[in-house]
Write a protein that binds this ligand. Structure first.
Ligand code: MG
Length: 368
């Protein structure tokens, strides 16, 4: 089987409400997503999506995905998409780094592999069944009262796990957010305080040694070095996210006891192939993981939910669904959706999400 064509669509995905990270440090109201279809000489086609969470969140931006795939396309034509590791090696030779460019290509290849094997992705990725995965809310930063109101609204939709955004220069405000939210959580609910790297190490140590809450704290500072420094000086379990890109980053975090868990996001690390390697490492060392994508429609969310569903319960905290924040849905009714706080991956072969090209508009580019 050979790749014969790559078709790209640019999708403008508006958020239902503007999103604020880290005390308003980052604000955006739409996502620039790239949808990809890979066609083969045997009639099978696979779908993938790559979507940064705005262009201020990671060193990744929407137009960069399309430019990168244009660079890779000549080397991808003619490859067997079922050989996912080989496809990744070719991409890494042709375009070192730039993992976020490669995720849509990798997901589309996994979709074709699953269809060729007549197996859903959760099974190809090692899972025993289409396990429902707990989904978590994402609570934009604000006053403690505003944030508690958002958590209560999420609880009404079935969420029992929450990611609350904190972090800024006002230490007193962050202490009030953490203590207020932790104390007001509905019974049985859990929260992670996601700092999105906004604190200096001294701020992180001061805030976390002032609060009595012992909930998870995510990405307190910019770098792995800084986060490891903080982890050695606080009692809260630490989850790492933005600073974790390569397998080497994960090995280093483990060696330095910098965290008790990580976020595994296909678009950040380069696709499902590399996310699976990190997931397997995380299981082997006993980390707890959120497996979800950086952003995108239900298509990107569903690829990540397949991997989450194939991950042991003991190593899985929850998964966020980006499409819940969007006012546009390019794959209506399809894929993993929140049903009372859980999302279940499709049981059909491959990814199980098939966009209707008529709903995607004119292609951005076709390579053949
Ligand atoms: Mg995060």
């Amino acid at each position: 089987m050979k790749i014969t064509r790559l078709t790209l669509w640019q999708l403008d995905l508006p958020l239902t409400e503007p999103y604020y990270l880290s005390g308003g440090r980052l604000r955006f109201d739409r996502l620039d997503s790239t949808c990809l279809r890979i066609d083969t000489d045997e009639g099978l086609c696979g779908w993938g999506e790559g979507c940064p969470w705005g262009h201020t969140y990671l060193p990744a931006h929407g137009p960069g995905i399309r430019a990168g795939i244009a660079t890779l396309a000549p080397a991808l034509i003619g490859l067997d998409p079922r050989s996912v590791d080989h496809v990744n090696r070719v991409m890494d030779v042709q375009l070192p780094g730039h993992p976020y460019v490669k995720s849509a290509v990798d997901i589309a290849c996994w979709d074709i592999l699953g269809q060729a094997a007549n197996m859903p992705l959760w099974q190809l990725l090692g899972g025993e069944s289409a396990t429902p995965v707990a989904v978590n809310s994402s609570i934009s930063t604000g006053t403690p009262e505003q944030m508690i109101a958002l958590i209560n609204r999420a609880a009404e939709r079935g969420y029992t796990v929450h990611s609350a955004k904190v972090g800024g220069t006002d230490i007193v405000a962050d202490i009030a957010r953490i203590e207020g939210i932790s104390a007001a959580l509905p019974t049985g609910h859990r929260v992670t305080f996601d700092v999105n790297r906004a604190w200096q190490p001294a701020t992180a140590v001061e805030v976390l040694n002032s609060v009595t809450a012992r909930d998870w704290v995510e990405q307190p500072c910019e770098t792995l070095d800084q986060c490891a420094h903080v982890a050695a000086r606080v009692k809260n379990p630490i989850l790492l996210d933005e600073c974790m890109v390569t397998m080497a980053d994960h090995l280093e975090a483990w060696r330095r006891s910098a965290c008790e868990g990580v976020k595994v996001k296909p678009n950040r690390v380069g696709g499902l192939t590399k996310a699976r390697q990190i997931r397997d490492f995380g299981v082997s060392v006993g980390w707890q993981m959120h497996i979800e994508d950086v952003g995108g429609s239900a298509l990107a969310d569903t690829a990540a939910i397949h991997l989450a569903a194939a991950t042991p319960d003991a190593n899985r905290l929850a998964s966020w669904l980006c499409h819940y924040h969007l006012s546009a849905d390019p794959v209506p009714g399809q894929g993993a959706r929140n049903v009372n706080g859980f999302a279940t991956p499709p049981d059909t072969p491959g990814l199980g999400v098939i966009p209707n090209p008529d709903h995607l508009g004119d292609p951005f580019a076709i390579f053949e």
